[in-house]
Design a binder for this molecule. Structure first.
Ligand SMILES: [Zn+2]
Length: 415
């Protein structure tokens, strides 16, 4: 049975603009770092709005908030919708909060139509997604998914040396519930794309099938400092020349493995002086691909490039893989719900893989999970100018509602 419930796009937009006052900046952005007073204000607001709908708001030991609306069958684990309320220091009005407020709009729509779901419906605010104040990113969804123990989160400090735990307690959001001890039937995260593809192709909904795998490397190339005037070309050991050829090779690896991407983003040249042949270069390589096997190939090609390019230039090198995050495939049954929800409203859509990390990537390890993307102007995010149109936010929230209800109906026969 299909429903014809419609979200209220004006109400969703008003909530997005209302909450922009919590940490609002002069340039129209938001500065709402995790566990600050501004974070407390938006949390208190969110809690009050959910309680006004008769929902119960519970908080776990790392501050994750769960606003629950009961369903017909209390034995079913809740269907969650969620994202994060924290921002970067110069963040925008949509990254994270859109997914939480669209979840709230779903609760409001269900409430005003007195619609009874099979499973409980839950809106989640995951603490410290950004990791900007307390690294690493996605810290508390990581605790929920069992990747980090709560003590690890508690011990993280900001640049002033203040701990996550003391700030969590100070703002009153250290809950009693053990993180991760309640099961979820599913988790849907609506988020802005943070890239330019949907806008470029004039699509309003991204069906996110997974999160690409990511690997980071650090490379030191060693040659020899020498006088630029007195050292003939054939006797040079120019580390920067080696780095230049590696940068070309890394770009070629990305070009050959699309939709994979490969980037040298940071380079330090020593001694960085106009009349010294550079004797040492440090650079970073970032490889990403939705498929782990392809990522293995990209890694092998990177290592082969180092081996073939540098020694003939009389350069030595040292390569370290410093971080890796495996590719995530989202749950096919949830992806199908999102696809049919977008089709129902006639929204132009395309399948895509997330290029950025999200809470959903961790939650996917413990519950069926997927994401829905909406466009953002110019693909801009982590920026005060971040912008998504009211009708684009509304489309995302409508797809969220219909996908959640479709999934809920699939649980009807379960006990
Ligand atoms: Zn985000």
């Amino acid at each position: 049975m299909l429903t014809n419930l419609q979200i209220n796009s004006r109400r969703l937009w008003d909530s997005l603009m209302d909450t922009a006052k919590f940490g609002g900046t002069d340039r129209g952005g938001i500065k709402r770092l995790t566990l600050t007073d501004e974070d407390k204000q938006v949390r208190d607001w969110f809690k009050a709005q959910c309680e006004a709908l008769g929902c119960t708001v519970s908080v776990d030991e790392v501050g994750n908030m769960f606003a629950t609306r009961p369903g017909r069958n209390a034995n079913l684990p809740p269907i969650a919708m969620g994202s994060h309320l924290d921002t970067q220091p110069t963040g925008g009005k949509f990254d994270g909060i859109l997914g939480v407020l669209a979840g709230l709009e779903v609760l409001r729509t269900l409430h005003e139509h007195e619609y009874e779901t099979n499973a409980p419906i839950e809106v989640v605010n995951w603490t410290n997604e950004e990791g900007s104040r307390f690294p690493p990113a996605m810290l508390a969804s990581g605790v929920f998914a069992g990747i980090f123990p709560p003590e690890y989160a508690y011990a993280q400090t900001d640049r002033e040396g203040t701990t996550f735990l003391s700030e969590l307690e100070r703002i009153g959001y250290r809950g009693s519930m053990k993180s991760g001890d309640h099961q979820l039937s599913a988790m849907f995260e609506l988020h802005i794309e943070q890239g330019p593809i949907l806008e470029d192709e004039k699509k309003s909904i991204g069906i996110v099938t997974g999160v690409q795998g990511m690997r980071w490397y650090e490379i030191n190339i060693t040659g020899q400092d020498a006088h630029t005037g007195a050292t003939p070309m054939y006797l040079r050991r120019n580390a920067l020349l080696g780095a230049a050829r590696i940068i070309e090779a890394v770009d070629a690896i990305g070009q050959q493995h699309q939709p994979g991407v490969a980037t040298v983003g940071l380079i330090e040249n020593k001694p960085n002086s106009r009349n010294v042949v550079p004797g040492e270069v440090f650079l970073t390589v970032d490889l990403r691909h939705p498929d782990e096997t392809a990522l293995d190939k990209m890694e092998a090609e990177l290592r082969a490039a180092l081996k073939t390019i540098l020694p003939p230039l009389k350069l030595t090198y040292d390569e370290k893989k410093i971080w890796a995050s495996a590719a995530v495939n989202f749950a096919p049954e949830l992806i199908a719900c999102v696809r049919s929800a977008a089709a129902k409203s006639g929204f132009p859509m395309r399948d895509m893989v997330s290029g950025a990390g999200h809470d959903a990537a961790y939650i996917a390890r413990v519950a069926p999970t997927t994401m829905i993307f909406v466009p953002c102007e110019g693909g801009l995010s982590h920026n005060e100018a971040e912008s998504t149109k009211p009708e684009e936010c509304a489309a995302g929230a409508q797809v969220l509602l219909d996908a959640v209800l479709a999934y809920d109906q699939s649980l009807a026969g379960h006990t």
